[in-house]
Write a protein that binds this ligand. Structure first.
Ligand code: ZN
Ligand code: FE
Length: 256
């Protein structure tokens, strides 16, 4: 059976994800902005916590580690080897190409540096789900705090190459403001116009807009679409390298 995914809102606008293998009963959480809401969701389902997977070192993704270790003494914490010096103490250090398992299901570690250098994503192909943290986000991508635009473009391109039906579990509820920006890049993209209306309606009702699907991101997310002729044309950048078009879209978003 596919992994069961539970989206947990934390802090102001963060998300954590419980990932449960119904066959083995094992459960992981991806990113831990705070412990309490994660513990509450585990308790409500009578699940124990076996694994914590961390995408990157920012406090709003790791702040709950110490408390969850106290509550679940056997829990195993996994994060990027490249970030071991600035993550909470890890039980397992991983890098691109390594395999992590949740219950019976194997996931692949992908380096998605850009927002930070050392940021990783976890892709579980059998369940068609990827945990992308602050790399690829719903209608957006993370700000370039540490990496370069070509680095982030390379990271996004790796994620874009996953199967279209992949569920993208990203770290924040930023979709409404991302939609307001995206429409300035592609005002005439019908898929984007429709998604913006849908996101507005969902947020109106207090619903989550995360996770999304890769197909939807490829159709509407301007950061994933920087390589397309119509986007280059809209930005007066015909013939420019994809990563430069991406950099220009990122600059505009930073100033939006
Ligand atoms: Zn971050
Ligand atoms: Fe974040």
């Amino acid at each position: 059976m596919p992994l069961e995914i539970i989206t947990i809102p934390c802090r102001a606008d963060n998300y954590a994800f419980l990932v449960h293998d119904p066959d083995t009963g094992e459960t992981a959480v991806v990113d831990v902005p705070e412990a309490a809401p994660i513990e509450a969701e585990l308790d409500a389902r009578d699940w124990r916590l076996d694994d914590i997977l961390l995408t990157h070192h920012h406090d709003d993704h790791v702040a709950g580690v110490a408390e969850l270790r106290e509550i679940y003494p056997g829990v195993r914490v996994t994060g990027a080897a490249a970030d071991a010096h600035r993550l909470p103490p890890l039980d397992r250090e991983v890098a691109e190409g390594d395999t992590v398992t949740i219950g019976a299901e194997a996931g692949e570690v992908i380096d998605v540096s850009g927002h930070t250098v050392g940021h990783i994503a976890f892709h579980f192909p059998a369940s068609a789900v990827a945990f992308t943290g602050d790399s690829l986000m719903a209608l957006g991508c993370g700000r370039l705090f540490e990496g370069t635009a070509p680095m982030m473009w390379d990271s996004l391109s790796k994620l874009a190459a996953l199967p279209d039906d992949t569920l993208i579990c990203s770290g924040h509820e930023y979709t409404l403001s991302n939609a307001a920006f995206a429409i300035t890049i592609e005002p005439d993209n019908p898929a984007l116009v429709a998604r913006k209306a849908q996101v507005e309606a969902e947020r109106e009702k207090g619903q989550f807009t995360v996770p999304s699907t890769l197909a939807s991101e490829k159709a509407t997310n301007p950061f994933l679409r920087a390589g397309l002729a119509e986007v280059k044309e809209a930005l007066n950048m015909v013939g420019a390298p994809d990563s430069e078009v991406f950099a220009e879209i990122r600059r505009r978003k930073d100033a939006f």
